[in-house]
Design a protein around this ligand. Structure first.
Ligand SMILES: *Cc1c(COP(=O)(O)O)cnc(C)c1O
Length: 407
């Protein structure tokens, strides 16, 4: 049923069997490998036409063996929205936003968790745990509930309120931790022995990448199998960028791309948590722990990622870069996109707008590049960041001069 051939260690390239539970090898992540020649022989991209518009439509390029093990909340294809007003304002001819905020639980973490929880179910797991900066916790809790599994989630105490509440609402045992996501990760790792849970941390199991890979597959299909010039991706742990880069490689191998030119991958972070831009500027392949990491874009608050070298590999190979947007301007860019286009842009994706502005100024983005930006979550999940209006109206004596702005 599946075309998976093996798991490959990014530590030393060695091969591990796929049909058993695996975590990491030599301290590094595992990548799922497929028999791509067999996929190319068995499937044509035209066959997608008759399939449901969700991420499972790419099943040949996904690791699940049995369809009945799918754990799904209806993770539909997300729209690729043209943004002419925003493009004009920031100096681009063409900007498209892939709006991942419309996925279950309001973030693209649904893609990774749909796949990882499905595989966990297929491989007999009944208890899962993960650290989270916010959205991964909500998504894990929801998909674990859907699968009838027990879930434990550990998150920094200053995680956005909606994430804390949604995680707990979906029945996960939810704990606030007086530390960063890296500290939460250490708790989950330590608990594997005494709690007997499976560690679903970013890149500590091989399948979240495969779920996030579908962003790249979908994008290629929506653009008629010609990739854009530039992709901006708000990067925390990096699975999305790693997944998309892997998707493009696999699509090229199975011959589905009409034009094999790859986009420049721009990994976007915030100036106050910028381990990847720092490593990129120094020409390094790995990042250093970023001290005193903080940012209102909770999903970017990862001071050191396990898969940093895989993100940087993709960035270097693509001719892209890793760039830090100014933390103090994230809210302004978020509002700009929300107001001009009606898209509920999250603060993480706002960092990508900052990166575009920087790229145009510094010359590594041209105004006629075809640019795609990923809106990884819904603005509504960040209530603390958004000021509501405080303008009250007396319904018995409406003062129209105030409403018409003439007072
Ligand atoms: C998790 C998250 C990110 C970072 O995703 P990675 O693929 O782990 O780099 C970006 N934006 C939002 C909203 C997130 O929740």
């Amino acid at each position: 049923m599946s075309f998976v051939s093996h798991l490959e260690s990014t530590f030393d390239g060695s091969t591990l069997p796929a049909r058993t539970l695996q975590t990491i090898h030599g301290g590094k992540p595992l990548l799922v490998r497929y028999d791509l020649a067999a996929i190319a022989a068995a499937t044509r991209r035209e066959s997608l036409r008759d399939r449901a518009p969700d991420l499972w439509r790419y099943e040949e390029l996904l690791p699940l063996e049995q369809r009945e093990n799918r754990v799904s909340l209806g993770e539909g294809m997300t729209p690729l929205l043209d943004c002419p007003r925003l493009a004009e304002r920031i100096g681009l001819n063409s900007l498209k936003i892939k709006d991942e905020s419309q996925l279950p639980t309001g973030s693209f973490k649904a893609r990774g968790m749909a796949m990882a929880v499905s595989l966990a179910k297929e491989l007999g797991v009944t208890r899962v745990a993960a650290p989270t900066a916010g959205n991964a916790g909500g998504a894990l809790a929801a998909y674990a509930a859907r699968a009838g599994m027990e879930a434990w989630v550990f998150m920094p105490g200053d995680t956005p309120a909606v994430n804390i509440r949604e995680t707990s609402l979906h029945g996960a045992s939810t704990y606030l931790v007086d530390g960063l996501i890296t500290d939460c990760g250490a708790i989950v790792k330590e608990g594997v022995g005494c709690m007997g849970w499976f560690d679903m941390s970013t890149l500590r199991e091989p399948y979240r990448i495969e779920g996030k890979k579908t962003m790249g597959l979908e994008l290629a299909e929506q653009l008629d199998w010609k990739l854009p010039d530039v992709i901006l991706y708000p990067t925390g742990g990096g699975t999305g960028l790693i997944g998309m880069w892997k998707a493009f490689e696999e699509l090229e191998q199975i011959g589905w791309l009409d034009d094999i030119r790859r986009p420049r991958m721009i990994s976007c972070q915030s100036s106050t948590c910028a381990p990847l831009p720092r490593a990129f500027a120094a020409g390094e392949r790995e990042s250093q722990l970023f001290e005193d990491a903080r940012t209102v874009a909770a999903g970017l608050r990862v001071p050191k990622a396990l898969g940093d070298f895989l993100v940087l590999d993709g960035v270097y190979e693509s001719g892209g870069c890793a760039v830090a947007a100014e933390e103090d301007r994230l809210l302004e860019w978020m509002q700009l996109a929300c107001e001009l286009e009606g898209i509920a842009l999250c603060p993480e994706a706002a960092a990508c707008i900052g990166a575009i502005v920087k790229g145009l100024t510094e010359g590594w983005i041209q105004s006629d590049d075809r640019v795609v930006l990923f809106n990884t979550a819904a603005a509504q999940k960040y209530v603390e960041l958004i000021d509501g209006p405080q303008t009250w109206i007396d319904h018995k004596a409406v003062d129209w001069s105030r409403i018409s702005g003439q007072s």
